[in-house]
Design a protein around this ligand. Structure first.
Ligand SMILES: Nc1ncnc2c1ncn2[C@@H]1O[C@H](COP(=O)(O)OP(=O)(O)OP(=O)(O)O)[C@@H](O)[C@H]1O
Length: 265
């Protein structure tokens, strides 16, 4: 069954403004799709609509079939079941996703208890495994820490561990490295890439930096002012961008790399 099938998705602001228009795409299990576009292009709203988490007052029309179930208009309880099992999300700023009053161990235990029904010793073991899987050093000590005691990179690893603990069929990562410094960014992308590949889950990776997204995603969809303006493999888009907006995105990525190459000489 198709993992995600989005047809003619439109998202409107409370005042009726159209923020995402006529967006259609689909993903099979294990697909890695990058959603790129400038700030404000509608990437985050499209992702939120996919999991039924649009901000209050916004409305969506069209169709979003996630693991065969219609997300648009679905009651909260059905969406709750779908989130986690079918899709989990990692957001840009991990601190907002982590309850500051809970220790890391308790945060990671929550999805494991809920989705995998683990308890007691099995649960404690699974928490430590989940923290080790995202390469957090000293998982036992870390499990006792509060989010504010961790670095940004460590917090994002905890957020990834929480998302993966649900064993979702699709991981949505919305600019997961934007708040991190460049070296940590590269490490984090390599980690995500490895984890997603080894588990066979699908990945919808959102970003504005083509260099970052194309390094991990196989297919790319370019959004501009709420509409899909171009799609193709990462190689096609990088080598032969057709839409003016895509050409700008590619040129920006090339400028960045060109500057680095220049420095290396
Ligand atoms: N809660 C909201 N109420 C009204 N408008 C909103 C709201 N959230 C987003 N928007 C508007 O919707 C448009 C798309 O926003 P969205 O966050 O999806 O963009 P984005 O492509 O993810 O950008 P960024 O890369 O900056 O995160 C923007 O014009 C934004 O101002």
């Amino acid at each position: 069954m198709t993992l995600l099938d989005v047809r003619d998705l439109c998202v409107r602001a409370p005042d009726g403004r159209s923020l995402v228009s006529g967006l259609s795409f689909s993903m099979e299990r294990g697909d890695r799709l990058g959603l790129i576009g400038e700030s404000g292009a509608g990437k985050t709203l499209a992702a939120l609509a996919v999991i039924g988490l649009l901000p209050r007052g916004m409305s969506a029309s069209g169709s979003v079939l996630l693991d065969g179930e219609q997300v648009l208009g679905a009651p909260g309880r059905r969406l709750d079941r779908l989130r986690g099992r079918a899709a989990a999300v990692v957001f840009q700023e991990p601190l907002t996703a982590l309850d500051p009053l809970k220790r890391v161990g308790a945060l990671v235990a929550e999805p494991l208890r809920r989705r995998r029904r683990l308890r007691g010793r099995a649960l404690r073991g699974a928490v430590l495994d989940a923290l080790s899987e995202v390469r957090l050093p000293g998982p036992e000590r870390l499990a006792r820490a509060f989010p504010y005691e961790l670095s940004g990179g460590q917090r994002q690893r905890v957020a990834i561990a929480m998302a993966l603990a649900c064993e979702p069929a699709l991981l949505i990562a919305d600019e997961p490295t934007a708040a991190l410094d460049t070296t940590v960014q590269a490490e984090m992308l390599a980690l995500l890439d490895g984890l997603v590949r080894s588990s066979g889950m699908g990945l919808l990776l959102i970003g504005h930096d083509l260099g970052v997204v194309a390094g991990v995603a196989d297919g790319l969809l370019v959004l501009h002012e709420g509409r899909a303006v171009e799609r193709g493999t990462a190689a096609e888009i990088v080598h032969a961008p057709a839409h003016p907006r895509t050409r700008e995105v590619v040129a920006a990525a090339r400028r960045l790399h060109g500057a680095l190459d220049g420095l290396a000489r």
